[in-house]
Ligand binder design. Structure first.
Ligand code: GAL
Length: 712
């Protein structure tokens, strides 16, 4: 007995004194390294997403060496958890760490990254808790574990730090800092091992590109996915949906796809996934009727199965210990479950022409999903399943459409690492216009897409401002599920709303090109300003005063640019918010022009604008070439050829490649695409002239180019 006690004491001593280890980095693609800490778990976000790196594109991006800053990184298994530590330099800025809504800068924050509905705080509970941080020094670090990952991003100070903060005296020193300088990112993964990836790059954008390309490149949506979409109220019937479509048409508002909310099924919350025959007596005819009018159908679901579903009995043995809204929770990682969903969804939906899904409620709030103690037949815990459930549904459904050689583009409320190539856009129930724009900025660091959907508004001003933002996002969506708001509901701004929706349609070639860059080069279509060359604004920290009612040490206020962003290479979007007549816009170095007038707006400056209600402020980079189509009501069909108006801004020569393909299938992956060369050059008199080299290819859908030189 004595002997045994002695042994166990010795054992605990060994654990306590376990040594930190350096990582054994292994290059896995050009500019990408992987290392293991402890023994990683089998299921991880990247394994669920089933990523296939685009190695050719990664090679094209170059072969940078391993980031010197990360040489001193260490890991250790302690207390059945994995501890990771990565060095930080003094001036370094950090971005990413999940889909955040409040700030772009993440240095000096603590997060417990986990899938959940965003609750109003950037604390790690979010729809895409991608454990990836991007440094402005030109590297990124990804922790690939399906766990709640706790990150101290430049927070903790070790007593053996080589760059410790100075000890100060609050009594006498007014610059005493409640959050002393920290020289490391420390991460705790509650599992005895994890994979860690490092992405290198000459700047933050190149790092993001490498991450996206490593995950297979960004998604290239079908063209219709980039048009306008309206979601109809919950219990609408087929007839009412058709009336809604007619109204859009008659009033001249564009519509490319329409979303049906819960009432299309006989049972929902939990779901049976079967059409309700009273509201939709002939679903096939209904869907075909819309397709004939060039309008796609998207179906709302959540994955929880009602006892009335045809798959209920067969799926039951493969479900978790807990229910959600009294529906069973299938273990989506198991092939028999995947087969059951595929069979039912193919027969009920894809087979009759449905084009995509809105996959709801895979995120939380905690109160309705399963607890951590839930168990799933695959052996996954509740905690693990939570981190990958939404991702798994995205992957699974993407596969169904791929097999039909048909692209889809849908909505999800839960995602994670590995998602760039998956055809889903994140949305939520939170509804703060400003924070929605910050989320747009932040989506660009972590390989996800976000829509700042419009639902309703208190005033027509707010409605217009929200609709303007929506039209400059990855999915231009009005989600009218609850109160049936229409684009024209606020009569006094109905024309302005229409004009921005039509502008969205006109910009489709530009937008599609931006998404082609996402796919082929890994460049996100929406980008935070911090990813833009020539952006000079450095985040500052301002300290408030100590006080006794709030936490006296929670006084840091971050100043960063989170209310403007880039859309594609040339457009800077600066949304207006209700109640504001003026705003500041930070223009990076180089000339920037007003989109609507072509006039010079500034160069490397913070400008104050008073734009009026009519337009969303848009600024265009020097030399920009912007291809546009006429203001169409539906996305152009597969064989439709349209004329192009190509705008040029500024005074400099430039050229762009304009990408095109059939806009619907995956044939582009086998090379069925074409690119035109659009160039602007000065003639002998120094006057700018445009020329176009159009490819002779069925994949190219534009002819008759008209040039517009916007800057006089
Ligand atoms: C919510 C979702 C809304 C809407 C609603 C319908 O969970 O976020 O967009 O779909 O369900 O019940």
């Amino acid at each position: 007995m004595k002997y045994l006690i002695y042994l166990s004491l010795t054992f605990s001593c060994i654990v306590v004194s376990a040594q930190e280890k350096s990582f054994q980095w292994q290059q896995v693609a050009p500019g990408v390294w992987k290392a293991l800490a402890g023994i990683p778990e089998k299921v991880s976000p990247l394994s669920i997403a089933g990523i296939e790196p685009n190695r050719a594109a990664l090679s094209k991006l170059g072969e940078p060496s391993f980031p010197a800053n990360l040489q001193q990184s260490v890991n250790e298994i302690f207390d059945a958890k994995t501890l990771l530590r990565f060095p930080l330099e003094r001036e370094e800025q950090l971005f990413g760490l999940g889909l955040n809504f409040k700030s772009v800068q993440q240095r000096g924050t603590i997060k417990e990254l986990q899938v959940d509905h965003y609750g109003g705080k950037d604390d790690g509970r979010t729809h895409a808790p991608v454990a990836l941080y991007i440094s402005d020094k030109g590297y990124g670090v990804l922790i690939n574990a399906a766990r709640r990952i706790k990150v101290y991003a430049g927070i903790a100070v070790r007593k053996d730090s080589k760059n410790p903060p100075d000890e100060m005296n609050r009594n006498t020193q007014s610059n005493w800092d409640p959050q002393p300088y920290s020289d490391a990112v420390e991460i705790v993964v509650p599992a005895p091992g994890t994979e860690v990836y490092v992405f290198a790059g000459s700047n933050a954008l190149e790092v993001v590109q490498r991450y996206n390309l490593f995950c297979g490149g960004g998604v290239l949506p079908p063209k219709w996915g980039l048009g306008f979409t309206q979601r109809t109220p919950t219990l609408f019937s087929g007839k009412q949906v058709m009336k809604e479509v007619d109204a859009f048409e008659q009033r001249g508002y564009p519509l490319s796809f329409i979303g049906l909310e819960p009432g299309w099924q006989t049972y929902s919350y939990p779901n049976n996934f079967v059409w309700d025959s009273t509201r939709f007596p002939q679903p096939q005819k209904f869907v075909r009727g819309l397709l004939d009018r060039n309008i796609r159908v998207n179906l709302w679901i959540n994955p929880y199965v009602s006892s009335h579903s045809p798959i209920y009995k067969d799926v039951l043995p493969y479900t978790g210990t807990h229910t959600v809204w009294a529906g069973v929770v299938p273990d989506l990682t198991l092939p028999p479950v995947q087969d059951l969903y595929k069979k039912l969804f193919s027969q009920q939906h894809l087979g009759i022409g449905v084009s995509g899904y809105k996959v709801d409620e895979t995120d939380g709030f905690d109160v309705w999903l399963w607890p951590d103690g839930a168990k799933f037949p695959s052996g996954l815990s509740g905690e693990q399943m939570r981190q990958i459930y939404g991702l798994q549904f995205q992957k699974m459904s993407d596969q169904w459409f791929r097999e039909k050689n048909q692209r889809t583009y849908g909505l999800t409320r839960a995602s994670n690492a590995g998602a760039p190539s998956l055809p889903y856009v994140i949305y939520n129930d939170y509804y703060n216009h400003r924070d929605f724009i910050t989320a747009l900025c932040n989506s660009s660091f972590i390989g996800v897409l976000w829509t700042p959907e419009a639902r309703s508004s208190k005033t027509s001003e707010e409605w217009l401002r929200r609709m303007q933002s929506v039209c400059f996002s990855p999915m231009a969506m009005l989600n009218a599920w609850a109160d049936g708001t229409k684009p024209w509901t606020f009569a006094d701004v109905a024309d302005e709303v229409k004009s921005v929706m039509l502008l969205r349609m006109q910009l489709l070639p530009y937008l599609y090109n931006a998404f082609a860059q996402y796919h082929f080069e890994g460049k996100p279509p929406v980008r935070a300003m911090n990813l833009e060359e020539g952006f000079f604004f450095n985040a500052k920290e301002e300290r408030g005063n100590l006080n006794s009612s709030d936490n006296p040490y929670e006084t840091a206020i971050k100043q960063d640019i989170k209310d403007q962003y880039m859309l594609g290479d040339y457009l800077l979007v600066a949304p207006m918010f209700a109640g504001e007549k003026t705003r500041k816009v930070v223009l990076p170095k180089g000339n920037w022009y007003d989109f609507y007038t072509g006039r010079l707006a500034g160069n490397g400056a913070i400008i104050e604008i008073e734009p009026g209600l009519q337009n969303i402020p848009l600024f265009v980079k020097e030399g920009a070439i912007i291809p546009m189509i006429p203001p169409v009501l539906h996305t152009p069909g597969k064989d439709e050829i349209l004329p192009l108006t190509v705008r040029h801004y500024g005074h400099t020569e430039n050229s762009i490649q304009l990408y095109d393909d059939d806009g619907e299938t995956f044939d582009y992956e086998k090379g069925a695409y074409a690119r035109a060369l659009l160039s602007v050059k000065k003639d002998k008199e120094g006057k700018l002239k445009g020329s176009a080299k159009l490819p002779e290819s069925k994949a190219f859908h534009y002819n008759k180019i008209t040039w517009e030189f916007m800057t006089k």
